[in-house]
Design a protein around this ligand. Sequence first.
Ligand code: GRF
Length: 210
Amino acid sequence: MKNIAVFVSGGGSNFKAIHQQISLGEIPGQIVLVISNNPKCSAIEYAIENSISHVIINETRYPNPHTRNELLTATCVKAEIDLICLAGYMKMLPPAIVKEYENKILNIHPGLLPEFGGKGFFGMRVHEAVIESGKRESGATVHFVDEIYDHGPIIAQKKVEILESDTAESVAAKVLKLEHELFPEVVKAFCEDRIMIENNKPKLVEYNEN
Ligand code: GRF
């Protein structure tokens, strides 16, 4: 059973999707900690409603960046976290935590990386850029986190077709729906030790019944 920490800043629909699959017994893990920079977000409300421990770490509570950064790692280490899921966490992770949890931090991105990623590509900006590009498909990506935005090794993607009639808003809705399938699937694979890394390339290993 893996101990999972989920980092959130907003609505937390991906956090809820993962939590629901855990509650259904689909994932051999438990969310033992939710970390947020935003005490007022719906994700924190959901954590409270479901009695999941949460910790707020932000500039207001911890103005010293060194203390703040250290606290992020220390809180996860103390809770014996095996996996960190970034589910709409709007802050850059400090290098120390990335190093401590190498290949143990997952991020979900609402586009098909390596395109439409990096600094500035978040939320609707991703979908607007996709529409402007005239691409016929978009999708969601789950990747391991390294020290560069949206750059770490890609684990899995799901794609969706873009129709003539689509707008950035309609693509956003389709992609979010895919995210709710993809993120729990990758978390499940991680918790079942089915993500192998060869030459820095993660590979999802399917079940072997034998
Ligand atoms: C998702 O679109 C995710 O890809 C991005 O932030 C959004 C978070 O949405 N990283 P939610 O808070 O999980 O609803």
